[in-house]
Design a protein around this ligand. Structure first.
Ligand code: MG
Length: 387
């Protein structure tokens, strides 16, 4: 990335991370320029964002929504592209330096894959990319000379803290978890959790899927798997600690026992900006810690009896192969079923475990095979629910 201005494509620009990315771009007009914005169904928001940032391309990936939408407000200089082909075309364009992968769920994998294949810098917020296809993505990035920079706050923290020592001297990584809104709930209380309660996260404002994942702690399970592939760790080198204030974003421990952490108030703009300006650090519009006020931060080990997703996360990080894609798809389908009122909150993780244990494990699947397993796991969830 030798140009002084970095040209970005933001995949999933109308979502929570996409909107925060645009705020970062707005605050750094001399460093960052938006060349492309993509949305799935939120076409009107896409038009509004295009009017604000005047990108070269706007991509609507959902064809039926694109056909229904009114594109008359799109700026003259912005070309509309529809479908996944359009997304691939933009991501691989030679003028693009950085692809921000901010699409939620397995839908984000293909955009990230094309970015890696085109040798781009991939600013990765979509954890499912590495959960589903970690070994394939990392190998392809190495082959094509792509750089992957994490946007997930915990992984950004690990990435930053790792710079304090040599990789060979790393003992372990400690991922912090807010514990979600039900951190203190008993097993019985967890059984009664409603959709409204699950969607009300205490510290982070996020989309519905990741908010439910945070409440079940499946989000942390997925992050264990993400960290395993991104940093090339053994599953046993990854520990989770509950930290309700979400100020310490993660820690790394070196061989000598020194622990290095990254701290900041919870605001995604900071990890986003770090990925977009790396290796430079510049002023950021996010809040700063106030050292003139007394503060205390809690850290405690998670209760895997009440939050069994964590055990599952370590198991899948250990086994690799098809497990990540199966767990991820099963979880997406189970969360959907919970949000639709078809299963209880405490059914989500057992449903995922049942589907995972029922699948015929393959240690080195192809990308196409992972999609087959993804579809299979979603059907299995439907069977498990009994509808
Ligand atoms: Mg995270």
């Amino acid at each position: 990335m030798s140009r002084s201005i970095r040209n970005l494509v933001i995949l999933g620009s109308t979502g929570s991370i996409g909107c925060s990315t645009l705020e970062v771009v707005r605050s750094l007009p001399h460093r960052l320029k938006v060349l492309g914005l993509s949305a799935h169904q939120s076409c009107q928001e896409l038009v509004a964002q295009a009017c604000g940032f005047l990108p070269r391309w706007a991509i609507a990936t959902d064809r039926p929504s694109a056909q229904r939408a009114d594109w008359s407000g799109l700026p003259d200089q912005t070309r509309l592209l529809v479908g996944m082909d359009g997304l691939q075309q933009v991501v691989s364009h030679p003028d693009v330096d950085v692809v921000v992968a901010a699409i939620v769920g397995s839908a984000g994998l293909m955009g990230a894959w094309h970015a890696v294949q085109s040798g781009k810098t991939l600013a990765l917020a979509n954890k499912e990319t590495l959960v589903m296809a970690g070994p394939l993505i990392m190998a392809e990035a190495a082959r094509c000379g792509a750089t992957i920079l994490p946007i997930d706050s915990e992984h950004s923290a690990v990435f930053q803290a790792l710079q304090a020592g040599r990789r060979a001297d790393l003992r372990r990584v400690v991922l912090t978890a807010s514990g979600g809104p039900f951190r203190e709930f008993s097993r019985q209380q967890l059984d009664q959790v409603t959709v409204e309660q699950a969607l009300n996260h205490p510290t982070w404002q996020m989309g519905p899927k990741i908010t439910v994942d945070s409440a079940t702690m499946m989000n942390k399970a997925l992050e264990i798997i993400e960290a395993r592939w991104l940093f090339g760790l053994d599953a046993d080198q990854i520990t989770v600690v509950v930290h309700p204030q979400s100020v310490i974003h993660s820690l790394v421990e070196f061989k000598d026992g020194s622990v290095i952490a990254q701290l900041s108030p919870p605001d995604m703009k900071l990890p986003i900006q770090y990925a977009l300006t790396y290796p430079e650090r510049v002023d950021c519009p996010s809040d700063k810690l106030d050292w003139t006020k007394a503060s205390s931060w809690d850290l405690c080990p998670p209760d895997e009896q009440r939050f069994p997703a964590l055990t599952l996360g370590h198991e899948v990080a250990r086994s690799g192969g098809t497990s990540g894609a199966v767990l991820n798809a099963a979880n997406e389908a189970a969360v959907e079923a919970f949000l639709a009122g078809r299963i209880r909150f405490t059914d989500i993780v057992p449903a995922c475990r049942a589907v995972l244990e029922h699948h015929h494990f393959d240690p080195s699947p192809s990308l196409d095979e992972l999609w087959t397993w993804d579809a299979w796991a979603r059907r299995e969830i439907t069977t498990w629910i009994g509808i």
